[in-house]
Design a protein around this ligand. Sequence first.
Ligand SMILES: Cc1cc2nc3c(=O)[nH]c(=O)nc-3n(C[C@H](O)[C@H](O)[C@H](O)COP(=O)(O)OP(=O)(O)OC[C@H]3O[C@@H](n4cnc5c(N)ncnc54)[C@H](O)[C@@H]3O)c2cc1C
Length: 566
Amino acid sequence: MNARQPQPETPSNDQEDRYLASTHEVFNQPPALENYNLFEQDIALQEAALREGAGKAAEDLKVFGALAGAAQTIDLGFRANANKPVFNTHDRFGHRIDEVDFHPAYHELMRIAFDNGLHSSPWSHPGQGAHVARAAKYYMHSQVEAAHCCPVTMTFAAIPSIRKQPELAADWEARILADSYDSRNLPDSQKSSVTIGMAMTEKQGGSDVRANSTRAYPIGAGGPGQAYELVGHKWFVSAPMCDAFLVLAQTQSGLSCFLMPRWRPDGTKNPWQVQRLKNKMGNVANASSEAELRGALAWMVGEEGRGVPTIIEMVAMTRFDCMIGSSAGMRQAIAQASHHCRHRSAFGARLIDQPLMQNVLADLALESEAALAYTMRIARALDNQDKEHERLLARLATPVGKYWICKRTPNHAYEAMECIGGSGVMEDCIMPRLFRESPVNAIWEGSGNVQCLDTLRALQKEPETLDAFFKEAAEAKGADRRFDQFLAQLQHDFADISDFQYRARNLVDRMALALQGSLLLRHSDAAVADAFCASRLEASGGMNYGNLPSGTDPAAIIKRATPVVG
Ligand SMILES: Cc1cc2nc3c(=O)[nH]c(=O)nc-3n(C[C@H](O)[C@H](O)[C@H](O)COP(=O)(O)OP(=O)(O)OC[C@H]3O[C@@H](n4cnc5c(N)ncnc54)[C@H](O)[C@@H]3O)c2cc1C
């Protein structure tokens, strides 16, 4: 500073307060949506858990709901995303280590998930409501942070596939199902709990895994349960710090499934090298990688040449979790939007009371509740696979629901973001994360078209699945004229499925709507069911959210969906 310039006087404390704090008062801003119970503040979730058979778990779900809504837990989600995983190929001495370094917040979220059995409970404690209770917990946990749920899901989903090779299951199952999380980078033999990933996709083909070029060479006799060495690459391997992976590779008899550990039983590193981490637009707290297999030891799971039918058991479960995860994303989005609008005023009235915003919020709430109702119904079907109707329903309704619910999520996230206005775009709000996460579930584990084609495959292989689907939907027949007409037209349009591939999206969309409508008519609030039929089952011409016709009751729908905090 030039010494001849007049020096400003040092302000007294009083003056300083006036200079610094008198510009404006902060008001008309909502309190943070935290320290609330994600179960108790979610009427649709409570009803669905009870209805679909998890009544016994209500207390447990309440406790978990409080944990998921605690400010500290929510903060973990932000930290895990602000600090992306870092991949280290070598240690400082030059040894190859293939280690991904995660922020402690990621590990803490994993610990919460594994301590609470999100990877295990329906297998370790099967029975009435087991899948339903687990789905309810996953639904709440995923609202906190969705990305780390990927390895939780894969560990959970691996069990049905691994059980196809009983001696491998005997060795691994207890450690997979242990309700604890061990993040240490050690040979699995030294760990009492392990995580499992999956590696199918290669550069030349993801949906069409028959194009896989990775080869498996038998070390001895070969065959189910026997040791092989795998040579090739994988283009996507999420959660590469998992302790073992289900991998697809070719033998002379065709594509087969293998369990590949990260370490060999002798304690040396399995020659399975991560090349780099994917630079993802969302899902960033979870690491996804590209890898090369350089003679990696693995054991065959299931029959040789039957790799797809073996791993499809795992894939079916991951697809179900995609439904839970996307339903959860929509729930968190509407909770944030309605909470904001409950506290925010514009043009002299609270946003939540203004007709146009009511229409948007109620429409978002409908979408979210319909997704939850569908997902929890499938959870019940999974709990009852010994009943033929439930088995057939789960077979057909899983690809339909995976397709529909995951595909409805991105626009829902975007619209909920807009309800919050400019602050909804800021990174210190959860909305950008929900938005970036929203397309992922639709693409992995079989993208949209692949789900539609799987629906067709189910129809062709087991035509009874369609009867089961319509039988289930028809449970609501007579409750609403619009629903009856919609269902009748859909059934009529299935009379000829010769060009199903071309029409598949249209038919699968309407199947999802029919089942959602049926569930809401049978089980939800009258205002929700009426608005769903009016806006989804009768054409109104409008394409965006905020298209509920006159005569619907948005206030009742919004009230049901809005968490009361502050
Ligand atoms: C974040 C992330 C993590 C992932 N993690 C894993 C992982 O851990 N393990 C793993 O194995 N994979 C993983 N994947 C890969 C994922 O499963 C594939 O990207 C997905 O299956 C699609 O395969 P692809 O990318 O090769 O696309 P393609 O198969 O080339 O498909 C491209 C498009 O064509 C469509 N399509 C394909 N066939 C048809 C058809 N017959 N008719 C009409 N349309 C068709 C698809 O629906 C898709 O929209 C991950 C992907 C992402 C984005």
